[in-house]
Design a protein around this ligand. Structure first.
Ligand SMILES: C[S@@+](CC[C@H](N)C(=O)[O-])C[C@H]1O[C@@H](n2cnc3c(N)ncnc32)[C@H](O)[C@@H]1O
Length: 414
């Protein structure tokens, strides 16, 4: 069935039927939630072979999902103009994909880096504007950071980076920052560390996590490496070109239109009074999972570059040691989501496979959402085969395997 037609049916139907979205080869099982049978369907719902995602998504962020995931739900469960929201937006995959599809957007993440990563990709400058600004910038290779960064950067690269940082902070502080500055800041933030010549640093961890200076020294010793010179402006230009390579003028217009009414927040997911009651048609999100990822420590270098005090973020981002703590925190988030979602609207809540499958968070999440008033409409497990060349989490393991997303789908009763 074409997407738009199925969308109308799902929006109108009182009985939302997840099975109707599944391919015929799907495996179906059932579990009991709140005394009712809920269907769990396992299949390859979306694949990387399908319509490719926009190049604009290709910035790294810890534990981000692929754009095909929010796209699947946006296309089936919303119409153009509907409001799509992610309370834990990370790099902003959900709002960006929703904006590309002509939906209205709202996005939140307690980490202020998220807005810095998303906004510039909604108000995108032309590659020529980026080039002109970079040409004009005078970067001083002898500038130094207030602490030792020599384990990551060649001295001249550090100097260029430090003066770029000073320029960006000065533009902001004097009210002269514009969309081109914000774009350059977003791209530079993404190029700070990584494991190829496309990043400013010497070889280090994958780009979505910065290691400590101490660990980096160990990595350098082990690999017998010293930071090579990397040309900051040219790396920013190349990455800009690659991000913008498939962007058409109508994409730019759609993204700008979405930005005009966008609600972008940097706050706790369970307290978002800025979002009106019953305004959201669809939430697509993936929460912080127990204590798997420490988002503030992983981002220390990105926060420094953007002049954000680590203390502003550290300890506030949810890192839950126990399932009980995590359940309580998610219960409060679901209460808030119940307030903002409109009757008949949906929540697609993605949980990963944590602790080597000892904990199936989908089974834990289903009753939490129901306690807040939602009805669990089903659980969708997308199993995607990847091949030898796939590079998951930046690790090339030369093996085939599966990449699994578990998504619990809820509906707010009409
Ligand atoms: C799994 S990641 C989301 C990734 C996102 N789906 C993407 O594609 O980039 C979870 C996010 O939750 C944020 N976070 C952690 N605790 C939070 C809280 N209490 N309120 C809002 N955001 C929080 C983290 O900063 C992190 O970006």
């Amino acid at each position: 069935m074409p997407h738009e037609a199925s969308t109308y049916l799902h929006r109108l139907a009182d009985q939302f039927d997840l099975a109707s979205l599944a391919p015929s080869t799907a495996l179906t099982s059932s579990l009991t939630v709140g005394g009712r049978h809920v269907t769990r369907i396992e299949a390859e719902f979306w694949t990387s072979r399908q319509r490719q995602a926009s190049s604009l998504h290709e910035i790294s962020y810890r534990a981000c999902f692929k754009p095909q995931l929010p796209r699947f739900f946006i296309e089936h469960l919303t119409l153009p103009g509907d409001l799509v929201y992610d309370p834990f937006m990370g790099r902003g995959t959900t709002p960006l994909e929703a904006a590309m599809l002509g939906r209205a957007i709202a996005g939140n993440d307690l980490n202020p880096l998220s807005e810095l990563l998303l906004r510039p990709r909604l108000e995108i400058p032309s590659l020529e504007q980026v080039r002109e600004r970079l040409v004009k910038l005078i970067l001083d290779g002898s500038a130094r950071a207030e602490f030792d960064l020599s384990m990551f950067y060649h001295p001249a690269t550090e100097g260029e980076l430090v003066s770029l940082r000073q320029y960006l902070l000065m533009r902001k502080a004097t009210g002269r920052e514009d969309a081109v500055d914000r774009w350059i800041r977003m791209v530079a933030t993404n190029r700070l560390t990584g494991h190829s010549a496309g990043f400013f640093s010497v070889y280090t961890l994958p780009p979505n996590q910065a290691t400590t200076p101490e660990n980096q020294r160990k990595i350098n010793e082990k690999r017998k490496q010293r930071p090579p010179y990397r040309d900051v402006k040219s790396i920013i230009y190349k990455k800009s070109r690659s991000l913008l390579k498939k962007i058409s003028s109508s994409d730019v217009e759609r993204l700008q239109a979405a930005l005009k009414s966008a609600l972008l927040l940097s706050t706790r997911a369970d307290r978002t009074p800025e979002i009106p009651d019953s305004s959201v048609q669809l939430v697509v999100t993936s929460p912080p999972f127990l204590n798997v990822v420490d988002y503030s420590q992983d981002n220390w270098l990105r926060l420094w570059f953007n002049g954000i005090d680590l203390k502003q973020v550290d300890g506030k981002l949810s890192v839950h040691a126990s399932i009980e703590q995590w359940k309580r925190a998610m219960g409060l988030v679901f209460q808030e989501l119940f307030r903002v979602v409109r009757p008949g609207g949906f929540v697609a809540f993605e949980v990963g496979e944590v602790r080597k499958r000892n904990v199936l968070l989908d089974e834990i999440v289903a009753p939490i959402g129901e306690e807040a008033g939602f009805l669990c409409a089903g659980i969708l497990i997308n199993r995607q085969q990847f091949t030898k060349t796939s590079n998951i989490w930046g690790i090339n393991n030369n093996e085939g395997g599966t990449n699994t997303n578990r998504i619990v789908v809820f509906r707010k009763p009409r």
